[in-house]
Design a protein around this ligand. Structure first.
Ligand SMILES: N[C@@H](CCC(=O)N[C@@H](CS)C(=O)NCC(=O)O)C(=O)O
Length: 219
């Protein structure tokens, strides 16, 4: 089987797909699309992804977009180890936790939103950073309230990391970009620590990607 993902080191949605592939033990090639310089808008990539975002997942030439749809597809083609529980209520809970960041928190801090704030509302670098910190903190606070109601043991749904943990860890990656303290969110912080102790998570972190290391040789 051949798997490629069009992704970018800084992309939290690409991080989610990287972790899922690594937890499944599926080898893949990542083709970088620099979403900070606007490569996603070039006609060549628009032909691949009409939404002009990463990731795009290519399996034996078949293309899929949206990280949740991609992870569910990966689950279908390689069910073990499971990332989405079989029990209906547990499945719904895993998807609900996932969608909190995929649908609600993460879209607010994407480059297209930051660029629109700058171009249309003359937001400067400081204002855009504050915007990012606000919405990333809101996402972390929501996860903390959710996890207070059902404590991770040790992962969000039980003994092994699943879709929900991947998405919560992605929200924490957003906090790493903005150098946000996690002390106000101890349950989220503890869960993220357990996730990033696993190589599937730590090796997928944006700061571990070749593109980040090339741009930041001193780190
Ligand atoms: N909901 C989508 C998010 C896709 C998305 O917004 N990706 C970001 C990177 S994490 C992107 O490519 N942004 C380009 C832009 O905002 O112009 C998913 O989960 O795949």
């Amino acid at each position: 089987m051949s798997i490629q993902i069009y992704g970018f080191w800084r992309s939290i949605a690409s991080f989610r797909v990287r972790v899922a592939l690594k937890l499944k033990g599926l080898p893949f090639e990542e083709i970088p699309i620099d979403i900070l310089s606007g490569e996603q808008f070039e006609p060549g990539y628009e032909a691949v992804n009409a939404e002009r975002v990463v990731p795009t997942f290519i399996h034996d030439g078949h293309s899929i977009f949206q990280s949740l749809a991609i992870i569910e597809y990966i689950e279908d083609i390689k069910p073990e180890p499971p990332l989405i529980p079989l029990d209906s209520r547990e499945r719904a809970y895993a998807r609900s936790l996932a969608l909190m960041t995929i649908a609600d928190a993460h879209p607010l801090v994407t480059p297209r939103v930051r660029n629109h704030l700058a171009k249309t509302f003359a937001a400067d670098g400081h204002a855009i950073e504050q915007w990012g910190k606000h919405w990333t903190t809101e996402g972390l606070a929501t996860y903390e309230r959710l996890l207070e109601r059902r404590a991770p043991s040790p992962f969000a749904l039980g003994s092994a990391p699943c879709l929900a943990d991947i998405c919560i860890a992605g929200q924490v990656v957003g906090a790493h970009f903005l150098k946000l303290e996690l002390s106000a969110f101890p349950i989220v912080a503890g869960l993220a620590e357990r996730c990033f102790a696993l190589s599937a998570f730590s090796s997928s972190h944006p700061f571990e990607q070749p593109g980040y290391k090339a741009a930041n040789p001193s780190r």
